[in-house]
Design a binder for this molecule. Structure first.
Ligand SMILES: [Zn+2]
Length: 450
């Protein structure tokens, strides 16, 4: 029996955003992007012959960009969008989010993850770095929608050793699943909810499996100060002592990372990433922000993320990267910091590295994964178009995303989602909302006291 021919796709007649490893991003006009299977094979001037069997995606008048990466989220938390507003972080966890999460069933998480995948595909996100309960349900949503994800099953030490074993079993079963679109990281929630022995055990498993870890650490300065007062060491030092840094880790937020952490992070810079999600810091009135300039100087990978939609309201990574640029300019009092090119590179190449995609991912180049977004910059809010790169960072709206390709497959064409039954999904979501926000039982998944 002969093996079937790999799928061929040509994105025809588009402009292409080039995102080099350093220097200015550029836009080149009039290209065809040839894709075989899940990889970009060539990018050539448009008008040359196209293989007869190839599917054509018309890119005329559109800008092809690398797919966005949501560097840290909790995808099913779209179910709690707008249900925890105008509260400080303690109340956000203890009075709203952790009580609401005790209502979740596996089916709730499945439908929440589907909604999140649909929202992300429709806004140009091709990969997300997730951390949540019922990870099998998320993996199945990723498998069916065609998006790409690195999924960490959330673990608290209070759940006990059987739950730890389950998270390891999830990794053993799902890492490399859905044709390689699902990868797994181990997901201790944070150093304040997972004890050192469990952190050490999870780091050993991660090294054994050749996967990374994903956790919250030094989320804000109060957590760092509390760790110093209780234990005499910072949360980053906890990660160092327990082998988490050595195994390789994606740290969410890191706003409480302080200069005494820098040498430890520099020593592990080839395997540590930090994702900044500024909208949630702004909403919770948390300061300082992720020290992105210092982290980049240390050689640490930095990405942009939304965190869960219970805090961020959307899973819009254009908004997230825009807020990263704007808040960092203010934080550093330097309008030159995080230029348009550096911001696109952080979100695209940095995001891909944070998601542990293959080296060089996050750029449209031959040999790279065919994760491509076609953006329409012809709207009134972009005219006249002096600089399409600036339009992407500071002006683009999610509806400007017209078509999306993940792993060589078209998932949205001219704003129509091809892998999600949107009306059916919304009916499932609407049927669940009242029960999910009812906190009258008094139950909660955890208590926030870092
Ligand atoms: Zn988070």
């Amino acid at each position: 029996m002969s093996t079937p021919e790999p799928r061929r796709l040509v994105v025809r007649g588009c402009d292409v955003l080039e995102v080099p490893a350093e220097g200015e991003c550029t836009v080149v006009s009039g290209k065809d992007i040839h894709i075989t299977g899940n990889l970009i094979t060539s990018i050539v001037p448009t008008g040359r012959p196209v293989p007869r069997a190839a599917e054509i995606l018309d890119g005329t008048g559109l800008l092809a960009t690398p797919g966005l990466v949501n560097g840290h989220t909790h995808s099913p938390m779209v179910l709690f969008r707008g249900a925890a507003e105008d509260v400080p972080v303690h109340d956000w966890f203890n009075k709203r989010v952790w009580p609401m999460e005790s209502n979740l069933t596996a089916q709730d998480v499945h439908h929440g993850a589907l909604l999140a995948c649909a929202e992300m595909i429709s806004s140009g996100v091709t990969t997300f770095v997730d951390h949540y309960f019922f990870p099998e349900q998320i993996a199945e949503a990723v498998a069916s929608t065609g998006i790409r994800a690195n999924i960490a099953p959330t673990f608290f030490s209070s759940q006990g050793p059987a739950a730890l074993a389950e998270t390891v079993a999830f990794a053993e079963h799902w890492h490399g699943g859905a044709g390689g679109r699902v990868t797994v990281s181990l997901g201790p929630h944070a150093p304040y909810t997972v004890d050192d022995a469990d952190l050490t055990t999870l780091a050993v498993h991660a090294r054994r499996l050749g996967i990374g870890l994903h956790l919250h650490a030094s989320e804000n300065l109060a957590q760092t100060e509390s760790s110093m007062a209780r234990r005499g060491i910072t949360p980053i030092e906890v990660l160092e002592r327990t082998g988490i840094l050595d195994a390789g880790v994606m740290i969410a937020h890191g706003c409480g990372i302080i200069p005494q952490d820098y040498a430890m992070l520099a020593d592990h810079a080839d395997r540590v990433a930090v994702t900044s999600c500024p909208k949630v810091y702004l909403k919770h009135a948390l300061w300082p922000l992720t020290p992105i300039r210092d982290l980049l100087d240390l050689g640490v990978t930095v990405a942009a993320g939304t965190d869960g939609a219970a805090g961020h309201n959307t899973l819009d990574v254009w908004e997230a990267l825009r807020l990263v640029a704007m808040t960092q300019k203010l934080e550093t009092r330097d309008a030159m910091f995080l230029s348009v090119s550096d911001t696109l590179r952080l979100a695209m190449r940095g995001g891909a590295a944070a998601a542990r995609l293959p080296p060089g991912a996050g750029a449209l180049e031959p040999g790279q994964l065919a994760d491509i977004v076609l953006v329409d910059l012809s709207g009134l809010h972009h005219r006249p178009l002096h600089d399409p790169r600036a339009a992407l960072v500071y002006g683009v709206q999610t509806n400007d995303v017209k078509s999306v390709v993940v792993d060589g497959r078209v998932l949205m064409r001219d704003r129509k989602l091809l892998t999600v039954d949107v009306p059916g999904l919304l009916a499932e979501i609407d049927a669940r909302t009242g029960r999910l926000v009812d906190t009258s039982s008094g139950a909660s998944v955890q208590f926030y006291d870092p």
